[in-house]
Design a protein around this ligand. Structure first.
Ligand SMILES: Nc1ncnc2c1ncn2[C@@H]1O[C@H](COP(=O)(O)OP(=O)(O)OP(=O)(O)O)[C@@H](O)[C@H]1O
Ligand SMILES: [Mg+2]
Length: 260
């Protein structure tokens, strides 16, 4: 594997004593597309929230590009080129599609609201550049035609595409997607598959994909990691992992039924 872009060591998160993630050792190499799967409540979103600094770990370490970022706040991790989408879509409903993307670019560059309203030539040029960048990225997702609409006036599938555009516009090095196929029609799932591949192949983005839709996982992932009750139970090639008896058991709950 190439040098890891992100790496965890015994990463652990407990919520009021309930261990949601237990001593998780994991890494994603530069340019890899890694899937993170597991039954509901197995700890996938917790991993995403820890890696992006939304949650602080109870124990263990996180390194981005070899740099220890354990406990670093979300904005600091974002500055290192780590972007994400949310399981529950989080677009600003009172902003247009384009404004949502522009805002992400401003947050990424640290420009923020205040300086964006300054009338200096530099601020104006930056704002124009951000709008051009936003349009360009929306076009990739065939969302440029909806640029002036309010984000909430779009279908779920379109909103998911805007979330992807918003993340990609910031040119992340690592893009973490939390269930991007949720609520998508089969046609949109196909588009999603194409776009995840393009993000890696054309933009050099490394992808960590949390996903329940196995068609997506199997068609794009180089490697798949499986969680069950906060523990890693498999890590390998997609076709090998889906045949792993431990993984099958976790999904159909045979082990649990036998224990009961
Ligand atoms: N902020 C929180 N406070 C308390 N418990 C939490 C919190 N976030 C997650 N949990 C618990 O941690 C466990 C793992 O949750 P997590 O959201 O990571 O699962 P998941 O694998 O993403 O599930 P899903 O497939 O349903 O999205 C669950 O038992 C969940 O209830
Ligand atoms: Mg989740």
């Amino acid at each position: 594997m190439t040098a890891p872009i992100v790496e965890t060591e015994a990463l652990t998160k407990a919520f009021q004593g309930m261990v949601a993630l237990d001593a998780f050792d994991f890494s994603v190499g530069q340019g890899e597309i890694v899937g993170l799967i597991g039954p509901n409540g197995s700890g996938k979103s917790t991993v995403v929230n820890l890696l992006t600094g939304v949650l602080a770990p109870t124990a263990g370490r996180i390194r981005v590009d070899g740099r220890d970022v354990t406990g670093a706040p979300a904005h600091e991790i974002a500055r290192l080129g780590v972007a994400r989408t949310f399981q529950m879509i989080r677009l600003f409903s009172s902003l247009t599609v384009e404004e949502n993307v522009v805002l992400a670019l401003q947050q990424q560059s640290g420009a923020g609201y205040v300086s964006s309203f300054l009338q200096s030539r530099e601020a104006r040029e930056r704002r124009l550049a951000a709008r051009a960048e936003a349009r360009e990225t929306l076009k990739l997702f065939e969302m440029d035609i909806h640029a002036e609409k309010l984000a909430t006036d779009l279908s779920i599938g379109q909103q998911r595409m805007v979330e992807l555009a918003r993340g990609l516009a910031t040119r992340p090095r690592l893009f973490i997607l939390d269930e991007p196929a949720a609520g998508l029609s089969p046609v949109n799932v196909d588009r999603l598959i194409t776009m995840i591949r393009r993000m890696r192949d054309e933009f050099g983005v490394t992808v960590l994909l949390v996903e329940h839709v196995m068609r997506v996982v199997q068609s794009v992932c180089d490697r798949v990691v499986v969680l069950d009750y906060g523990e890693k139970i498999a890590d390998g090639a997609p076709n090998v992992v889906v045949e792993d008896p431990k993984v099958i058991e976790a999904y159909i709950g045979l082990g649990r039924a036998a224990d009961a």
